[in-house]
Design a protein around this ligand. Structure first.
Ligand code: TNX
Length: 550
């Protein structure tokens, strides 16, 4: 009887083991780690009995551990507990800081039969290692996942790895912005450039100037099609309260993403002008715009009041955003109003500004205004980023330039000693089409930035002199939302192009290989599916040899 029972038990156990689902990790992820060295020893078996160890008392690592636990559960269905500890124990995953890693965001992962170690020079680096480990896992319901023994290590090529999001032309709620941050984290990115003010609305609550959002946050309608004269006549708007902004900034910080707010000035300001017409040259009245494009009405910088207004706004912005950088726009500022404004002309003559062969007096006036803002922010330990138009108005080289009208202005800026972030319209405007065959695509701004064009982008031009190359500090893709009205459409525009961008941001040029990337991309896309994100599937299955220019 007893023997019969033992046999039965054994049979049941064999059946259970046979039924148990086992998956296997694959470290060839996106972005591809710099090194994946196999170790000749047995594999590590990850189960829900494993613990995630982190250093006791380290809040950042505690959050990292919790995040990894959640990711593993998303991917495999296995729930692993986290544990504060002073040392790594066999059979567990251990997160720890490692001074031997040079790059602040570099990571190392060591897998042996006994344990898995995720290391970084900083907690941010450990987080990058966590993302890598997460993307290596198979997707499904598993009882165990086999992790082949290996040494993996990687460091990002660029310290500034950005995505931009325009929440003005269309407004997106807190949850959408948080999911955008999640998507960025998955792709190893660390800067969110958040476009918060423009002609079509003012989206950030400023306590001292409540009309900015009460009045400036709303437009009476939106143009249909590509800036057609037909307007839908539907009141549209919204804004983020300061409380919501703090919540989003923290959410991003927990994922090692810094949010850089953009308050675009002196142009793209109709939101503010509609609320406070005295800020303009003509005194208005102004309306929050229901059209796209560039408005002639910009801030009047002849009035001291305008400067005070900007300082007051920036005071509140700085309280909300710990980012060292504040983006002050500076793009697309026509100067026709300044030419006719007695106060602006008075300012020009008071300052003794004159035109020369290169620049008009009004261009110099924008330079003066920008410098005032730059100095004010510098007094508070902050730095400015501005669009490449700033290069045309004598700003100090300590201003960082965002090169959008191609990569050439960025290269010029670097030669002048500016730090530069490359985000040229071609191929890094993700509001542009992803194919030349646009008839089956959601309406976009125009252009044609295919997955391959994004992948092939090289931010540091070959002919850039050696002493200036270090000024190219980052790469970013921009998502303007004139034609993007809802979250699935944002995701469709950025996925999978963000995957290609992540390899531009992380890999050295010689490590890149488009065909290999496309093969590795398939698993990443399975993660998009897992999270229910919308993406452009056609970019995966067909080679789109589009050479249309933007
Ligand atoms: C240019 S990029 C703009 C934006 C538009 C975008 C559309 C830049 C500094 N200005 O205002 O939304 O093109 O792609």
């Amino acid at each position: 009887m007893r023997r019969y029972f033992t046999l039965l038990l054994m049979a049941v156990m064999i059946a259970v083991i046979a039924m148990a689902q086992t998956g296997k990790a694959d470290y060839r992820i996106v972005p591809l780690p710099d090194r994946i060295d196999g170790i000749k020893s047995a594999d590590f078996r990850l189960t829900d009995k494993c613990l995630i160890n982190y250093t006791m008392g380290d809040r950042a690592m505690e959050r990292n551990a919790a995040m990894l636990s959640r990711y593993i559960e998303d991917m495999t269905g296995m729930h692993l507990s986290t544990r504060p500890t002073l040392r790594g124990d066999a059979g567990n995953i251990t997160l720890r800081l490692d001074d031997n890693i040079d790059n602040d965001e570099g990571y190392g992962i060591t897998v042996t039969p006994k344990c898995v170690e995720v290391r970084g020079k900083t907690a941010a680096g450990v987080f990058q290692g966590i993302q890598a480990l997460r993307k290596s896992l198979p997707i499904g319901e598993f009882d165990a996942v086999i992790l082949p023994s290996a040494q993996i290590s990687s460091s990002p090529r660029f310290g500034y790895r950005g995505m931009h999001l325009d929440c003005v032309r269309h407004f997106f709620g807190v949850e959408t912005v948080k999911r955008y941050i999640d998507i960025m984290a998955l792709h190893g990115m660390n800067r969110l450039h958040w476009h918060l003010t423009d002609d079509q609305g003012w989206r950030i609550e400023i306590k001292k100037y409540p009309r900015l959002t009460e009045v400036g946050g709303w437009r009476n309608g939106t143009t249909l099609g590509h800036n057609s004269p037909v307007n839908d006549g539907i009141r549209y708007g919204g804004y983020y309260t300061q409380e919501e902004i703090r919540d989003i900034v923290l959410y991003a910080a927990d994922r090692y993403i810094t949010i850089i707010p953009e308050i675009d000035m002196p142009g793209h300001m109709l939101g503010a002008l509609a609320a406070y017409p005295e800020l303009g040259c003509t005194g208005g009245p102004y309306e929050v715009w229901g059209m796209w494009g560039v408005s002639d009405d910009i801030l009047c910088v002849g009035k001291d009041h305008t400067l005070q207004f900007i300082k007051d706004v920036l005071d509140e912005v700085m309280q909300l955003f710990p980012s060292q950088y504040i983006h002050i726009g500076g793009d697309e500022s026509p100067r026709v109003r300044w030419q006719q404004c007695p106060l602006c002309q008075q300012r020009i003559s008071d300052l003794g500004i004159t035109a020369d062969g290169k620049q008009s007096a009004e261009a110099r006036l924008q330079g003066w205004f920008t410098t005032q803002v730059q100095n004010y922010l510098a007094q508070h330990g902050r730095r400015i980023i501005g669009w490449d138009e700033l290069l045309g108005c004598d700003v100090d080289p300590s201003a960082t330039i965002m090169s959008w009208r191609g990569a050439k202005p960025g290269a010029e800026g670097a030669k002048l000693g500016h730090d530069v972030i490359m985000s040229p319209v071609g191929p890094l405007y993700f509001d542009y089409y992803q194919t030349s065959k646009t008839w089956n695509e959601p309406m976009s701004f125009g252009g044609c930035n295919t997955l391959k064009k994004v992948y092939d982008f090289e931010p540091v031009a070959e002919d850039l002199p050696a002493g200036t190359r270090h000024h190219i500090i980052g790469v970013q893709a921009n998502v303007w939302t004139e034609y993007i009205t809802c979250e699935p459409q944002i995701q469709y525009q950025v996925l999978p192009r963000m995957a290609a961008l992540s390899e531009v941001q992380w890999l050295q040029p010689e490590e890149k290989d488009y065909q290999d990337f496309k093969a590795r991309l398939l698993h990443l896309v399975d993660l998009y599916k897992l999270y229910g994100w919308t993406y452009r599937a056609k970019s995966l299955i067909q080679e789109e040899e589009d050479h249309a220019q933007e």
